[in-house]
Design a protein around this ligand. Structure first.
Ligand SMILES: O=C([S-])c1cc(C(=O)S)c[n+]([C@@H]2O[C@H](COP(=O)(O)O)[C@@H](O)[C@H]2O)c1
Ligand code: NI
Length: 411
């Protein structure tokens, strides 16, 4: 399971988010290939690695053809802007594109949040909120781009820490508005999104686009992450002069990696169990696969006889203790369960080191296992199947070749 942690000590905007995603290693060519599926023209994106306060990070910008000004995202005076696109038009544009369904859904959700907030602030109906042609292009790239980046980096969960905004007022196209700007305040309403104030910063740090990214994608705030390996970290720079480092830090954690290399012989795990007499076999097998993909340490089903003599299944997940909230919600939303049991358990485990063995049939992964003087090797069966399909050799022949290689190395 991949978790993205945003340290928003200097707020968040669409540009900062995308800058941070490119700093994490997102490919510009693949990103543009996805973005082009929208079939929107009139802009170019610039991605520049640069340093601020001696920290290297990425500046992301949308440069509009003809260099038109783009300080204004939305326009409630649509009569002045005959090219303005309203929310429904942008939604249609996204729906008609060949983007992935998950990308479309996320992008539409973010646009909807901004449009709803703008409608409320300006006392308009949703369909009357027009995104100015110029600002709309910028917003489309930032918002659809954020959804594309989320998908390309295969992020399963977003945690936002230290979400901060400045204080005072700023001048925007409407005139002078207070910070947080009205659309951001509106999006915060009836949520538990914690925004802390930076009294040292007298300008806007959270833009409506930044807030929409947080509101639509984040599932936890001010949370620590354990039992995961920090794979990458990056910085996306903001445009405003704040008097201190104006950057969004993004850190990408992988919980699957932490399961591969194990350098301890015991740990604590949670056993989550629920008895199900109304789940189909298809539902159970999909839930087990999904749970494992999302980073559960193990997942299985046991046949049981429930009350009233009903044949049923006990669905069991083994997870890290800090994954409790995530997997409780996962079980409630993916099965008919209305209750479940949780036990904290002690576990004895073999230390494991992952290695690759080169055979004449290709590379095969092995796990070198040890536990207080006991040691053994386990061969990755999936790798054997892969090489067997590639080379058309029997899996047994490949397995023997791996064992031979291990013996030749004297391990
Ligand atoms: O143009 C409009 S209607 C507008 C409204 C608001 C409100 O909060 S209401 C704020 N802004 C400002 O525009 C820029 C661009 O924001 P993005 O989210 O598109 O990056 C930003 O300074 C907003 O505070 C515009
Ligand atoms: Ni507005």
């Amino acid at each position: 399971m991949k978790t993205l942690v945003l340290d928003a000590f200097s707020g968040i905007s669409g540009d900062m988010f995308l800058g941070a995603m490119f700093d994490l290693g997102l490919s510009q060519a693949e990103f543009e290939e996805q973005l082009n599926k929208l079939k929107v023209k009139g802009y170019q994106i610039t991605i520049k690695r640069t340093a601020r306060s001696s920290i290297t990070g990425t500046d992301f910008d949308v440069v509009l053809d003809g260099n038109l000004p783009k300080d204004h995202g939305f326009d409630e005076h649509e009569q002045h802007h005959h090219h303005g696109r309203n929310f429904m038009m942008i939604k249609q544009l996204i729906i008609q594109s060949e983007l992935k369904t998950a990308v479309k859904e996320r992008a539409i959700k973010m646009f909807e949040q901004i449009a709803l907030a703008e409608a409320k602030v300006h006392g308009k109906k949703l369909e009357d909120v027009h995104f100015h042609e110029v600002g709309a292009l910028d917003s489309i790239v930032d918002i659809v781009g954020a959804a594309i980046a989320f998908d390309m980096l295969q992020i399963d969960k977003l945690i936002v820490n230290n979400l901060s905004d400045g204080v005072g007022t700023i001048k925007i196209a409407h005139g002078v508005v207070p910070v947080p700007v009205p659309a951001v305040m509106e999006m915060q309403l009836n949520t538990a999104i914690p925004i802390q104030k930076r009294f040292d910063v007298h300008t806007e740090l959270i833009t409506p686009t930044g807030m929409a990214i947080v509101k639509c994608m984040a599932s936890e705030f001010n949370a620590s992450i354990l039992n995961s390996v920090l794979e990458k970290t990056g910085y996306g720079f903001g445009k405003r002069e704040t008097g201190s480092l104006n950057a969004l830090r993004a850190s990408l954690y992988n919980s699957k990696l932490s399961q591969q290399q194990v350098d301890k012989t015991n740990d604590s795990v949670l056993l989550l169990e629920t008895n199900l007499d109304d789940a189909t076999g298809q539902q159970l097998s999909l839930t087990i696969k999904k749970a494992l993909d999302l980073g559960a340490k193990d997942a299985w089903a046991e046949p049981i006889i429930m009350k009233k003599g009903r044949p049923a299944y006990k669905l069991c997940l083994l997870t890290a203790p800090e994954q409790q909230d995530f997997f409780v919600k996962f079980l409630f939303s993916n099965t008919p369960a209305i209750g479940l049991r949780i036990q904290l358990m002690h576990r004895e485990i073999m230390e494991r080191k992952i290695e690759q063995v080169q055979t004449v049939y290709g590379k095969v992964g092995i796990k070198k296992l040890s536990y207080h003087g006991v040691s053994k090797v386990s061969i990755e069966h999936d790798d054997i199947v892969k090489q067997s399909q590639k080379t058309k050799e029997s899996s047994e022949k490949i397995r023997l070749a791996v064992l031979q290689e291990i013996e030749n190395k004297g391990e």
